[in-house]
Design a protein around this ligand. Structure first.
Ligand code: CMX
Length: 435
């Protein structure tokens, strides 16, 4: 058994009794009440999911396994000569809750290396798609196409114990994650670099190898590491994480679940917002002939967008009530590496003007920027100017968190999800006291 799997097995043995005790002895204890506003309003804030992998405090932002973003970036083992931690070590941390040693990081690197060969049929399938297909469609399709190789699906049909399911989801998770950088870089080079594909380098780490296959020099390796870590997990209720969790709760395997979660991520109110931000910024840029707008000019663009009934992409959040620390981590990177970049200046100006405008309009509950407001600018600066690719990068990162959550969901024996619906008439009866 691999080192990571062994470690996970130990952790699962500790965690299972906690869940079992809660369920058996405290199953009837009330946690929350649900209002009609929440039922009609997208189940906002209803406390109905469990995860120990990350927790999102509305005012503090995300903590991964108890650590803030700056703590994660500081404490996790770093690639020699790099500013950012190994993605491999971060995955170990997400799965087990323990900070890995160098040895443990190397062991996962080897695990990924031994599983990263992408079957040739995947490339053929991607190539057979219309070249103007959205990269997210290509990415999700590529993942779907590998479902036939799911170890869980095979074992389930052979007949395995429920308490062992997690082991096969784990195998599928590693097999899938190891292949994502190459599949994503293949899509990028096929679509935007005339199919000039760069083969992987087994000596490089997850982020470094991705940068290499994208054909982009340093510090793009660190950007990739940072990007995958920042986008990995945002507790369980966001569309992508929840979709992955829901689909896997039916015992659909990891390939079905991750491709489904990517389809959720591809919506403009969720992961696709990073693409929308750049599209919006370039609209402004083009109208101003590349000049940096004054605050007043920027306010006008923002107001025009809102008056046209559109949202300002990259601002607002369903849970957060302050500036997203994932935005701040990327802003710090920009201040260090590209402080004079005109697009960064645009984004910084937006940070200055948008919150007051959204507050004054009185609709958005959170006027502050989220992760997507800043991420595309960095990609653009380092040469990834095809902004419809940005959500694929988000998708690689999010796969780390969602696969980890799914492995744990099976380990703790969470059942198939099945919330209850009511009719509008039933809600009216409850509202008007006729129940
Ligand atoms: N621009 C304009 N209006 C906004 C807004 C924004 N950035 N953010 C929220 N609002 C509006 C909502 O559209 C809603 O309007 P209606 O009442 O007319 O429907 C109202 O304010 C209340 O919304 P809310 O409760 O504050 O926000 P929600 O939880 O419903 O939605 C989100 C959250 C992220 C979808 C929303 O803020 C939004 O559309 N933002 C822009 C898109 C974006 O950046 N998405 C990425 C989020 C991060 C991620 O998942 O990647």
């Amino acid at each position: 058994m691999s080192l990571l799997k062994e470690k996970l097995q130990e952790k699962i043995a500790i965690e299972r009794p906690r869940t079992e005790k809660l369920l058996k002895e405290y199953g009837n204890v009330k946690v929350d009440e649900v209002t009609i506003g929440q039922i009609i309003g997208g189940m906002r804030d209803i406390k109905s999911l469990v995860t120990d992998i990350s927790y999102l405090d509305p005012y503090e932002g995300i903590r991964f396994r108890g650590l803030t973003i700056p703590e994660v970036l500081e404490k996790l083992p770093k690639v020699p000569g790099a500013e950012m931690p190994y993605v491999e070590g971060f995955y170990y941390f997400l799965l087990t809750g323990d900070l890995p040693t160098e040895n443990e990081v190397n062991a996962i690197h080897e695990e990924f290396n031994s599983r990263k060969q992408v079957p040739d049929y995947v490339f053929k399938i991607i190539k057979s798609m219309p070249i103007d297909s959205h990269p997210m469609t290509m990415f999700a399709t590529a993942i779907m196409s590998m479902q036939k190789d799911s170890i869980f699906a095979k074992k389930y049909h052979e007949g395995v114990k429920k308490t062992d399911y997690w082991q096969y989801y784990f195998e599928d998770a590693l097999n899938l994650l190891a292949k994502l950088p190459e599949i994503a870089a293949f899509i990028y080079r096929l679509k935007y670099r005339n199919g000039d594909i760069i083969p992987p380098d087994p000596n490089l780490d997850f982020g470094g190898n991705f940068a290499h296959m994208m054909g982009i020099a340093k510090p793009y390796d660190d950007i990739s590491r940072l990007y995958f870590i920042l986008h990995s997990d945002h507790e369980s209720g966001n569309v992508s994480a929840h979709t992955g969790h829901l689909v896997a709760s039916a015992l659909s395997d990891m390939y079905y679940a991750i491709s489904a979660m990517l389809n959720g991520l591809a919506g403009p109110l969720h992961g696709l917002a990073n693409e929308e931000v750049l599209r919006w910024l370039h609209g402004v840029y083009a109208q101003l002939g590349g000049k940096i707008p004054t605050e007043e000019e920027m306010k006008k663009f923002v107001n025009d967008t809102l008056d046209a009934g559109k949202v300002i992409p990259g601002f607002g959040h369903a849970v957060l009530r302050k500036t997203d620390p994932r935005y701040m981590a990327q802003r710090e990177f920009c201040l260090k590496h590209l402080p004079d970049d005109p697009l960064f200046k645009y984004v910084d100006l937006l940070f200055k003007v948008v919150p007051d405008i959204l507050l004054a309009r009185g609709k958005a509950k959170n006027p502050w920027p989220n992760v997507d407001a800043q991420s595309g600018v960095i990609q653009w600066y380092y040469g990834v100017k095809e902004y419809d690719f940005y959500t694929v990068l988000f998708g690689i990162g999010r796969s780390l968190g969602v696969t980890a959550n799914i492995v744990w969901a099976r380990a703790l024996g969470y059942p198939i999800e099945r919330p209850k619906s009511l009719t509008t008439k039933m809600l009216e009866d409850i509202a008007f006291g006729k129940k």
